[in-house]
Design a protein around this ligand. Structure first.
Ligand SMILES: [Zn+2]
Length: 260
């Protein structure tokens, strides 16, 4: 073995152990929050609107909630804000147009598995990675405002305000602005995707924000959620090692917040 190969192997091994450590930290943090809060999210009869910056966020963060709501006959609508075009493309790399189409097909297939009606899935098709740009944010806010006025959901699920991903944090701001503009009264609930993975030891949440933590047992629909996530075949290989298991457990974690 050449020394360069040896060094590369050593770096890979260190990275592997770092990821294992992170996976363990995230698991402990989720479990700790669940025990700390003691709060349980109720599956109500209120219609739901789920905001997903990218195709797959809704299944990862809220797949169990969606499946439980649909099993109870509650309307669930999902909005995908961006087209997901910036994600890693599987080999052989499809054209950008084909890739966007594939991500949309995966999102539709995943939604069907969770029990969402085809007409209740909306794609805004905004540019992936640039949701925080003023023009994109304005377009997303006004379209979301219209959907809120049309559907009058009782609950809105959106990424956590400190989710440590620019599009996700922009989605939070867009959601708040749209709710304000629409003048609707909703329960606003945040779901974490990257937050704990990116900052597992220091969440930078205020005590008040931490106090909003609540969890939902999704055991009855766990297998269905797994299948919904698996529908995102183009994305599964792109996720960091150890990232996915945090979304495959028996509970989903949410954070309640006051309406904007
Ligand atoms: Zn995302």
């Amino acid at each position: 073995m050449r020394s360069g190969e040896g060094r590369a192997g050593g770096v890979k091994m260190v990275q592997h152990f770092l990821r294992l450590g992170r996976t363990f930290q995230v698991r402990c943090l989720r479990r700790g929050l669940r025990l700390f809060t003691g709060s349980r999210l109720e599956v109500t009869k209120k219609p739901v609107l789920v905001i997903a910056p990218h195709p797959d966020d809704e299944a990862l963060g809220c797949g169990g909630l969606i499946a439980l709501k649909r099993a109870a006959g509650v309307p669930v609508r999902v909005v995908f804000l961006t087209d997901g075009s910036s994600a890693w493309r599987p080999e052989p790399a499809p054209s950008p147009e084909e890739f966007v189409k594939r991500r949309e097909q995966e999102a539709r297939a995943s939604a069907v598995i969770l029990g969402i009606r085809e007409s209740d899935v909306h794609f805004f098709g905004l540019a992936d990675g640039r949701l925080g740009d003023a023009a994109q944010r304005g377009a997303a806010t006004s379209r979301l405002c219209e959907l809120l006025k049309t559907y009058c959901p009782g609950e809105v699920f959106t990424p956590h305000r400190r989710d440590r991903h620019p599009d996700h944090e922009a989605a939070w701001k867009i959601t708040c602005a749209a709710i304000r503009d629409a003048g609707v009264c909703v329960d606003l609930i945040q779901y974490p995707i990257w937050m704990m993975w990116s900052a597992p030891l220091f969440l930078s949440l205020t005590p008040g924000q931490l106090a909003g933590a609540t969890c939902l047992c999704v055991e009855p629909v766990r297998a269905r959620k797994r299948r919904a996530i698996a529908a995102y075949r183009s994305q599964l290989a792109t996720l960091p090692e150890g990232f996915l298991p945090q979304f495959l457990g028996s509970h989903e974690l949410f954070f309640r917040t006051s309406p904007p």
